[in-house]
Design a protein around this ligand. Sequence first.
Ligand code: G3H
Ligand code: 13P
Ligand code: ZN
Length: 312
Amino acid sequence: MPLVTSKEMFKKAYDGGYAIGAFNVNNMEIVQGITEACREEKAPVILQVSKGARAYANHTYLVKLVEAAVIECPEIPIVLHLDHGPDFETCKSCIDGGFTSVMIDASSKPFKENIEITRKVVEYAHDHGVVVEAELGTLAGIEDEVKVSAEDSSYTHPEEVEEFVSKTGCDSLAIAIGTSHGAYKFKPGTKPQLRFDVLEEVSRRLPGFPIVLHGSSSVPQNYVEMINSHGGKMPGAIGVPEDQLRHAAELSVCKINIDSDLRLAMTGTIRQFFDEHPDKFDPREYLKPARANIKELVRHKLIDVLGCAGKA
Ligand code: G3H
Ligand code: 13P
Ligand code: ZN
């Protein structure tokens, strides 16, 4: 099947009590690792591209890699999504350039300005058959080189969501309930706790409306250890507990963004490979196990965290 929007996917996910995985893609091995797992587990998937990914790999290469995955995986629905679109022009360029979904992230702007920018993107996107994710609230962590400290982050205010969604016409809403971007989310020894009270109040005010969680990597400790035992230095990296994400997926959360975990799997595998094979230099030899570990990590997320295996 051709690339799809997330409309139908989200409806089924909402009703079925599971979430779709949204994984960031930057190169061929990442696209292959993710989509091979999704094909084998019969899971719908969102492949997302950030501004940084477009700057690194080029828009056309990324679109063509995703189109190749669509050809190789005809049984599963695949969405091509812009992650954290910073402005109207970037969203327009992706809408004109083959994406089926875009995020406009004006969450750092004042409420009224966020509404105005989002509404402009929604009008253009809907005219072109593309869906729009917007954001209210600010996550901590690093995204597209912007670092937000925990003190400057803020939970979504549930009393704002109805006005925001009705005035913008957005198709899904990313909210801040305590997740955080990057691999250094929480201090070791602390017990991260998502604000399910905020999520439940948002859902009560927006019945049937798909909610999105960013910053949902769990920072698998086996990969942090693999990195650190093969020359890396990642002290104190811990993430969002997977059981809390599973619970969010049973509620109104229909899309869960995971990027850092795949980076950790890739980096750990490559570090270990170089440590064990200092004489090797063929990129295919170290990218092959990295791709395989991304695939197994995605398989685990589909089955144990998102609950979307078998839902394609
Ligand atoms: O939230 C941001 C994503 O993890 C993308 O990261 O901007 O480094 O591509 P990036
Ligand atoms: P992580 O850094 O937790 O993987 O979050 C990814 C993300 O939110 C992409 O938009
Ligand atoms: Zn994000």
